[in-house]
Structure formats: structure tokens, C-alpha cells
Write a protein that binds this ligand. Sequence first.
Ligand code: RUB
Length: 305
Amino acid sequence: MAETIRSTAEKIRKLQVQGARNVAIAAVKAIQTQAEQTKAKNKTQFLQELKEAQTIFSASRETEPLMRNAIRWIIIQTQTANTEKVDALSQNVSLNVSQFLKDLEVSREQTAEIGAKRIRDGSVVFTHCHSSTVTRLLAKAKADGNNFKVICTETRPAFQGRITAKEMVELGIETTFIVDSAARTFMGNVDVVVVGADAITSEGNVVNKIGSSGIAVLAHEARKPFYVVSELLKFDPATLRGECEKIEQRNSNEVWSEAPQKLLVCNPAFDVTPNRYIHGLICEEGIIAPQAIVEVMRRRYPWIF
Ligand code: RUB
């Protein structure tokens, strides 16, 4: 097993690489390096290496279908490649990884282009955690000449909201940083809520950073639109077959490292926002009802089934 696979998986596990998109990108790049340095003697061994990497990455963070889908796509391309030669297969993986990264970038640009139109001049935008897809959309809205304010949560326990806050300040967007539990206090002044996604289920429910579903309920109560901004490839096909998306449980030390012994500290990383609280899913296809996800995936990404 190439060292790069283990070390990248470790970085992902420790949140040194954060956010669904960055996680998937890091994993496929490591697979590209592994393929370039392969010691496999034939196609069977080459595929075996890819499958070992798949197992290691899938275990590094459980709630990351974009990473799983990306690796699966690379394996399918390798299985169906019309060659037995290891050199050619290695080159194939390299090309497929580059193609995947390019497509992911195009999806994000299309998503930003579409979603930026929902960020009106003079409005107040609420976001939670750090989603590179959301911050790209906000950067596009700003570049389009809209002046808007952002409210972002700190996002306990790992404070990923600070990454969003820094990015917003760098973009010159007036930003207010609040503790997670202040969300309801501020919701009345908000015009639109935008959050990212880690997983989208077959029912169109969305798994995102813990706290997202509570914010969705608050937005609903205050009659503010709650949008999810996400690449379609965060859809998890296993949910169509009846599996429930696994919710990663993180180390309790992240919440309270010196907690009294015998205290049970729970630290789920994500929660599920039911589709009824989601105004729309902003993705490369356009703004769609989250319930349309299976139909859209069948048309755009049939290999996923
Ligand atoms: C990050 C998080 C982000 C999504 C989407 O959680 O919940 O909203 O991953 O991010 P964590 P992106 O920090 O635990 O990975 O749009 O960048 O894929």
C-alpha cells in the first residue's frame, strides 16, 4: 500500500483536510500518485491496490459519498479499460483523476453562477460551518457587484465557521460571527440561508454539519428560504437501496477534552435536514427540488446506480 494513501487518509481523519469536496479531491489525488508509483504486475493486482485504497478512504470519514463516488468511478473506468497493461492502466487512472477534478470544478462554477442570482443586493445571508461550494457562490455574488452581509456561525466543536469568516472578510464582505446557539436570535434579520452538503439521500434529505437541521427549522419558523448548495455527486446511491447514511461520531475530546470521568459526551459530526425544510437544492443542474435528486442522477450520472 502506497504511503501516500495512508498518510492522506490520516489527514482526512484528523480534519487536516476538511469539507466534502476537499476530502474527495485529496483522496483521488492520492490514488493518482499511487497509480503512478504502482508495483502491480498485472491488472488484477492493479485493481486490488485501488480497492485497498477505496477501503481505507471509506473508513477515514464515513459520511462522504462524494469521495466514495469519485473512487468508484475511477475503479469502474479501470475495470472497463480496454487494456491489461499496467503502464496503460496507470496512465488511465491519472487521466481519469484529472478529468474528475476538472468536472468537479466546472460543477462548482455552474453552481456558483446559478446560486449567486439568489443573493440579492442589500440582503443578509446566513451560513453554517465551512463549505467551499457555498463560499465560491458568495464570492461570485460579490464579484457580480452585489453588496450583501453575511452572518456565520462558529460551528462547534471544531470551529470550521472561522474559515468561512476569514474568507468572507478577505472578500471584503461585511460579516458577523456568532456562536451556534445565537442562530435564532439573528434569524429574524436574515434574508436567505445557504449551507453545503456532505450527503444527499434518495428522499432528498441532506446530511450536513451538525446544527444544519436546527438552522433549517429556524429558517422555516422565520419564513426564510433555506438553500442547500451542493454538487450532485454528493448523492449516496446506497440510500436508494435502503441503507441509512451513516453519521460519523467524532472523538468526545473535541467537545471537552477534560470532561469528568463517567460523563457521556456525544459528538455527532452531522445531522439530517428533512427535504420539507429545504427551499431548493442549488447544483450544477440548476435549482431543483431535493426530491428530484434520483431522477436527475439517473439522467446525468447513470453509472452511479
Ligand atoms: C464540513 C461541512 C460542509 C460540507 C460541504 O464538515 O459540513 O458543509 O462538507 O463542504 P467537516 P464543501 O468540516 O466535518 O468536513 O462544499 O466544501 O464540499
